[in-house]
Design a binder for this molecule. Structure first.
Ligand SMILES: [Zn+2]
Length: 228
């Protein structure tokens, strides 16, 4: 059985999370968001969770090695049960990518293909999108909504479809903060892409400035899938 690990890569607001949710929902894939995974570890009070919690409480960035370890643990657990899994927004830096590759080489997870999916969108569109989006206020849910996208609008205005909590504008979706997040993203993005090019990884570019439905259809065509 061919197994695929997709790395969804792109700026904040490119729609990585929304596209992964749709793939999970329609294609039966499993998605992994490192943010959610960190929260789960903290809540379950695992050894990794304790270290993550300590970093956050002491105001430090979570170490690359910790992030890589929780993602690798997740893969080891889920990869055998799913044909395709998505790592959403991982790796973020070349350091994480290198550590991840090393870990994959050392610990046998069986054969799979690593496919980098680059969501291509220009900065102006990202700024427009992020300053308009609303997010579920429930920390464990954080589903993202956009009024203008048929696929992303909540059924009831201001209320999350999944958990009925209220929808809010996130503080870091403020325009000046979004622009800063983009600067940080671009600092790492080119480096990371070059790394995967050198590693001869399979890279797919997906035009991401369309509606979610359109982006999904472009992506499915590029990987040669028809909807299940
Ligand atoms: Zn919710």
């Amino acid at each position: 059985m061919q197994r695929d690990v997709y790395l969804f890569f792109g700026p904040p607001g490119a729609g990585k999370g929304s596209l992964s949710s749709l793939c999970a929902h329609r294609l039966g894939w499993r998605q992994c968001s490192t943010g959610n995974l960190c929260r789960q570890h903290i809540r379950a009070n695992t050894a990794l969770g304790k270290q993550i919690d300590f970093s956050i409480k002491s105001g430090k960035l979570i170490a690359d090695s910790l992030i890589v370890e929780i993602v690798h643990d997740w893969l080891a657990y889920y990869l055998s049960d799913y044909n395709s899994v998505i790592l959403d927004g991982f790796p973020r830096t070349v350091m994480q990518a290198q550590m991840f590759n090393e870990l994959l080489r050392r610990q046998e997870l069986g054969h799979f293909r690593l496919i980098l999916v680059e969501l291509v969108i220009d900065d102006a569109t990202v700024v427009h999108r992020l300053t308009k989006r609303i997010v579920c206020d429930n920390k464990d849910c954080q589903t993202i909504y956009a009024q203008k996208d048929a696929c992303l609008a909540p059924r009831q205005q201001g209320i999350c479809d999944k958990c009925a909590c209220s929808l809010v504008k996130r503080a870091d979706d403020d325009e000046s903060i979004v622009k800063n997040r983009l600067v940080v993203y671009h600092q790492h993005a080119q480096e990371l892409l070059s790394y995967y090019q050198r590693e001869k990884a399979h890279i797919i570019k997906v035009k991401a400035d369309d509606s979610l439905e359109q982006v999904f259809s472009t992506f499915s065509n590029l990987i040669g899938l028809r909807e299940a």
